[in-house]
Design a protein around this ligand. Sequence first.
Ligand SMILES: NC(=O)c1ccc[n+]([C@@H]2O[C@H](COP(=O)([O-])OP(=O)(O)OC[C@H]3O[C@@H](n4cnc5c(N)ncnc54)[C@H](OP(=O)(O)O)[C@@H]3O)[C@@H](O)[C@H]2O)c1
Length: 231
Amino acid sequence: MKRAIITGVSRGLGKALAETCLDQGWNVLGIGRSTDIQSGGFDFEERDLSEQIEFNFLDAYLDGATEILLINNAGILGEVRRISDQEETDIRKVFEVNFLAAVELSHALLKARRPEQKVSIVNISSGAGRRAIPSWAAYGSSKAALDHFSLILQEEENEKGSNTRIHSLAPGVVDTGMQEQIRKVSPEDFSAVDNFHQLKETNSLRQAEDVAQNLLKRLSDGTLEVVDRLS
Ligand SMILES: NC(=O)c1ccc[n+]([C@@H]2O[C@H](COP(=O)([O-])OP(=O)(O)OC[C@H]3O[C@@H](n4cnc5c(N)ncnc54)[C@H](OP(=O)(O)O)[C@@H]3O)[C@@H](O)[C@H]2O)c1
């Protein structure tokens, strides 16, 4: 039995990932603040990932699974503004959701999994973690941390001779609520905002469903590097 655990399934990429996994025969456990997915094979744990969480429900969920996929998808942009122009930095909250929740959930999964279970962990990263984009200090550095964490975790699993595969994937620019939020920022606060308006106006944004299908295909093809991007 294939079991996927996906964070942030209320909307956007996470919802598309959950629905695509369900279509492809995975059982899915969503973790987040809300969901409207009601399919058979879908379970939900209501959690706020900015808070410290006990993931003790994982043990029972993984029982009987032959293949396990964890997708750390939930993410927030935080305030889009130069650090020196912010009244108060929200970097702590951004790291809690984008980085610490992913680390703690990965840790809980690696402790709960049985050696015979095939495990993949996919962290949803961003190009913003690989280029220095002004006004995205919190977001970009949380994604860079996710990339580096993934590289180290894969080395550790290799040392142990485990079959676990870790990936940190930048999905490209996807047509979700996060993009709407970016487009609302003023050019004074975000010098690159015009690029995002242009991507929308020229229909150049990726659709979440296409990204989800591409991710699952690349995962099953075995063509993903540890730090990679979806083309
Ligand atoms: N869209 C893009 O162009 C793009 C590009 C690169 C990377 N990404 C990454 O892709 C992932 C998905 O983003 P998206 O574009 O689908 O954004 P989105 O539409 O804003 O969705 C974000 C998801 O994260 C959840 N979430 C946020 N804070 C949470 C919290 N405290 N606890 C639990 N869940 C929380 C949201 O749930 P609620 O409904 O409860 O808020 C929602 O389900 C993120 O990691 C993002 O950084 C997106």
